[in-house]
Design a protein around this ligand. Structure first.
Ligand SMILES: NC(=O)c1ccc[n+]([C@@H]2O[C@H](COP(=O)([O-])OP(=O)(O)OC[C@H]3O[C@@H](n4cnc5c(N)ncnc54)[C@H](O)[C@@H]3O)[C@@H](O)[C@H]2O)c1
Length: 243
């Protein structure tokens, strides 16, 4: 029960990694506010359906979560989208959406959550960045750029808010078996199960990550076991860094 009495807000809670984080936090005693476009199927202490592209929604969310839960100790900026293809295929709308979800929403949520956490004497923020934000993979410039920005924001805030007892870290996964990855295979006409199995053969540990394998590291970063970590970018790739 590492999180007994802790109050958490998780974005992208209905997605692959987000749902695993929510379930594991609640198993370990946390009270959890979930947000996504549609959260009806999720077990949680508070539900906030909405669009992270809506600036007002993001600005108000940490405060609403704190009212619902009686405070806010943990923020998980986990929601993300992926725009695929070379820059010559990218539209203005692709750029705007990528930056809105992957960068602007975490900016707004951190800005609103930090004063709440500081007022309580501390807290922890865990951002879901990507290995690709540290070393770019091919033909995803918008996604890679946005995750690099989130990684940089993590390092900045980790330094700037340590004195308030607020730790800010990021997990940087490589490939994870979630709808984000599987939808890409389906779009390109591949069978997702077969493609995931084949991709797993390229990973030294023998399989791409399951959501729980990333969620375990996210919970570690949020826990007291990581009390001396802040501004860290933790790669979780089964031995397969981006080359
Ligand atoms: N799957 C991978 O291979 C992989 C690898 C590295 C990093 N990541 C990162 O992990 C995080 C979680 O992704 P996932 O793999 O679980 O994908 P996912 O698609 O299953 O989950 C993402 C969730 O974010 C939500 N979301 C997206 N745009 C939103 C918006 N405008 N408003 C509200 N909610 C919105 C979606 O509804 C979805 O539930 C993302 O930040 C992703 O970039 C994933």
């Amino acid at each position: 029960m590492r999180f007994a009495g802790r109050r958490a807000l998780v974005t992208g809670a209905a997605g692959g990694i987000g749902a695993a984080v929510v379930a594991m936090l609640r198993t370990e005693g946390a009270r959890v506010a979930v947000t996504d476009r549609q959260t009806a199927g999720l077990e949680a202490e508070a539900h906030f359906d909405g669009d992270l592209c809506d600036a007002g929604f993001c600005d108000g969310l940490p405060g609403r979560a704190a009212v619902a839960l009686g405070g806010l100790d943990l923020l998980f900026n986990n929601a993300g989208i992926i725009a695929r293809g070379p820059i010559t295929d990218a539209t203005d709308a692709d750029y705007a959406l990528t930056m809105a979800v992957n960068v602007e929403a975490p900016f707004r949520l951190c800005r609103a959550a930090i004063p709440i956490m500081a007022g309580q004497g501390g807290g922890a923020i865990v951002n879901t960045a990507s290995c690709w934000g540290l070393r770019p993979g091919p033909n995803h410039p918008l996604y890679v750029m946005s995750k690099a920005a989130l990684a940089s924001l993590t390092q900045c805030l980790g330094r700037d808010h340590a004195h308030q007892g607020i730790r800010v870290n990021a997990v940087c996964p490589n490939e994870v078996n979630t709808p984000m990855l599987r939808s890409g295979f389906a779009m390109r006409g591949f069978d997702p199960d077969r493609a995931v199995a084949e991709l797993g053969e390229t990973v030294p540990l023998g399989h791409i990550a399951e959501p729980e394998e990333i969620a375990d590291v996210i919970l570690f970063l949020a826990s007291d076991a990581a009390r001396y970590m802040t501004g860290a970018l933790l790669e979780v790739h089964g031995g397969k860094p981006v080359q």
